[in-house]
Design a protein around this ligand. Sequence first.
Ligand code: NAD
Length: 357
Amino acid sequence: MLHYRKQFITQISAGRVRFGADARYALADEIAALGCQRALILSTASQSSVAEDIIRLCGAAAAGRFSGAVMHTPVEISERATDYAKKINADILVAVGGGSTIGLSKAIALRTGLPQIVLPVTYAGSEATAILGQTENGIKSTLTSPLVKPAVIIYDINLAATLPLKVAIPSAMNALAHAAEGLYARDNSPLSSLMAVEGLRAFRKALPRVVEDPEDADARGEALYGAWLCGSVLGQVGMALHHKLCHTLGGSFNLPHAETHSVILPHAIHYNAAAVPERLTPVSEIFANASPGIALYDFAKKMAAPLALRDLGLQASDLDRAVEIALAKPYWNPRPVERKPLREMLQAAWLGERPGG
Ligand code: NAD
């Protein structure tokens, strides 16, 4: 299948990417190449030992650390970290971790204009976008700015090797969501579709091998390659219903980000499939089911990925409010988002049912 379009607009700035086993050892060179000398190293609290390793690799350029990144990028933490970056006169941000740490880095970059080098260890894909999602007063909002796009991405397969499966699997589902929604995005281009299809293929091939043998470095590498591709899709095109629902559930009900993507993805794709069947054909082909939503559900189930919102802590009584919030400021979507089918869809996702009953 060709990804030819009769008409399209695309604007790509891939940024600098260094990919490979032990790529992190080039960190000091990458900092110097940007003309920087005072790095602030960012991580979550649970990743502070990995941050230690990164501090060592920065050498004389390590100026300070902030290990307080948390999920959904709360504004108050970003402000605290920004104050610290100013206090130590940081001239570059180095983030090691998943989307939460990269989110914090982006939030500081937005407020200071500092360049960023990011070392992703999950498959969430934030590193490849100029998008920042942040949470304030229980509402998650996103903005796009060239200021938040990392200057350099270092994908080190060995750094990602410590990722536990309970983080790796949902984060792979998060990446698949970028690619699947990218296929029908309004501003989709031949290039974004090519990247989406290659990203879906990479995960289809690599994730079962990662699950079977988490030590399999080749499989980890292919999954990380998929993450780059899927993240790059998110960085190029606008997302639709699936991402809107995940932001609503994450920002307003504090549900875990990647796990929520895992649960919602098959249902959102099933909802949209009737409107854009040809755009979703690659999903059906790659995951081997005529229904792309069911194909993704069955794949998620085989990977033991989260399937039910009730398992993530959402109460049945929250579903009506989730529908209201999702309808309040809707994203563009290929199928009109209507209250009744949306409520039914969320009910099925809450129960963990296969889409379509
Ligand atoms: P995460 O960054 O929240 O990481 C999940 C947990 O796993 C954290 O506690 C982390 O410390 C831990 N962890 C990560 N790597 C580990 C490792 N190697 N070993 C042990 N523990 C490890 O998860 P995520 O799914 O990568 O990111 C989610 C966040 O990213 C959300 O806030 C989401 O909004 C954001 N995001 C943003 C974009 C964007 O383009 N702006 C894209 C995707 C995700």
